[in-house]
Design a protein around this ligand. Structure first.
Ligand SMILES: CC(C)(COP(=O)(O)OP(=O)(O)OC[C@H]1O[C@@H](n2cnc3c(N)ncnc32)[C@H](O)[C@@H]1OP(=O)(O)O)[C@@H](O)C(=O)NCCC(=O)NCCS
Length: 188
């Protein structure tokens, strides 16, 4: 298994990983929302902070994607100069609203933990240390760029996710209705 930086030719494979690990987004419209909200912005605009786990055939089986500066991310994501916000509001206004609320709710957290991440691994690649290796790579990248911390939101019902972040050493920063905010210092 190789952990490497994202390349634009990985996009289709990462969309597959994203779909398989978010089975509730199961219509064309829902998938448009899924990609607009949780994948494409990071790959297109923050590729330096996106890492892929590729199997021996070179096929991506997982990823961690990240925006290193939440303030900049919030401004850019919702700017009408980029397509993501408009695509999202068209495909799922509820998810758009949740993301908008997040920009306000996470303002304070982001002062200490400016980066945020999303991580997904295909079921057949899970529990083999890949998630840990991806976060290791991202943490080192953020540290080298002087970014002091990274946060994420995880559904409180996502037992795998909650266990994974706890085991890795993420701190539970706060509880929101239905989800937990985890944070990790990078050591810089
Ligand atoms: C959560 C996820 C990223 C973890 O990645 P992973 O590569 O499977 O995790 P690792 O193999 O590095 O596991 C590290 C530790 O996390 C915990 N963990 C991982 N998977 C677990 C599971 N299924 N059940 C319980 N604990 C688990 C364990 O403590 C594990 O250490 P151990 O194997 O020595 O006991 C992965 O399961 C995944 O992509 N899940 C689906 C999508 C998702 O939930 N993404 C996160 C959304 S917030």
């Amino acid at each position: 298994m190789e952990i490497r930086q994202y390349r634009s030719e990985d996009k289709a494979a990462l969309r597959k990983v994203c779909m398989v690990t978010a089975p509730s987004f199961n219509s064309d419209k829902a998938r448009d929302a899924l990609f607009a909200a949780y994948l494409d912005y990071y790959l297109d605009c923050e590729s330096e902070f996106c890492f892929v786990a590729a199997n021996d055939a070179g096929t991506p089986v997982g990823y961690v994607i990240c925006a290193p500066d939440f303030k900049k991310y919030s401004e850019r994501f919702f700017s009408n100069k980029l397509p993501y916000s408009a695509k999202l509001i068209k495909s799922d206004p509820g998810v758009w609203l949740a993301k908008k609320a997040e920009t306000l709710l996470m303002k304070k957290t982001a002062a200490e933990y400016p980066a945020h991440l999303h991580i997904d691994i295909l079921p057949e690649g899970q529990r083999m240390g890949i998630g840990t290796a991806l976060v290791d790579a991202l943490k080192e990248k953020l540290r080298a760029h002087g970014v002091p911390g990274v946060f994420l939101l995880c559904s409180a019902k996502n037992e795998k996710g909650v266990n994974f972040y706890r085991k890795y050493g993420f701190k539970e920063l706060k509880k929101l209705p239905g989800s937990i905010v985890f944070g990790l210092k990078t050591g810089c």
